[in-house]
Design a protein around this ligand. Sequence first.
Ligand SMILES: Cc1cc2nc3c(=O)[nH]c(=O)nc-3n(C[C@H](O)[C@H](O)[C@H](O)COP(=O)(O)O)c2cc1C
Length: 185
Amino acid sequence: MSGSTSGGGIRRGGERRSVAPVGGDLPDLARALRRRWATGVAVVTTTAPDGFRGITVSSLMLVSLDPPLLAFCPAVEGSFADLIAASGSFAVSILDRDQTILADRFAARGPLPDAALSGIRHEVHDSGLPVLTGALAWAICEVVSHLEAGDHWLTLGRIVDGTILPDTDDPLLTYEGQYRGLEAE
Ligand SMILES: Cc1cc2nc3c(=O)[nH]c(=O)nc-3n(C[C@H](O)[C@H](O)[C@H](O)COP(=O)(O)O)c2cc1C
């Protein structure tokens, strides 16, 4: 296997045709694949010595039902993975479409939330973890494993509590770097 790509190509009917050329290297391809994978958007929160921290993620994945396990991938660069490792727990709030401002803020695309989450409607669960008011659902997780996986960690958590809130039928989605809505068939 080479460490680069010519930009893609699919053999169909004997002809090789180029699809969505993406630069010359595999990390560019991986980035393009990530953008092409439509997902929901969540905010993962955890505790820090001075209060709370959170990041916006699209890497959320429900891994197992019994036991209930979920995973997400925080970047190796950045402080959030270290905070997760130190606290041993995290909360996930699945965002509604009317929460794009929160998605931007927790992604450092807007004013970064402070450690008290001032001005951000939230509740503090018995575990001490904050969950965002207005989310479609939330879950409290204990870290099961925290594996380095290239430039991200694969953080696996066991769900120990959670609530499914009334369905607005309008989750926040992301695709090709833009926020989207769901169109029901
Ligand atoms: C829609 C969306 C999805 C994101 N998904 C992830 C993700 O899965 N993992 C990640 O590390 N960063 C993701 N980010 C970027 C982080 O939210 C952002 O880098 C984070 O706020 C940085 O915090 P830190 O420097 O404390 O780690 C995403 C951003 C957006 C807007």
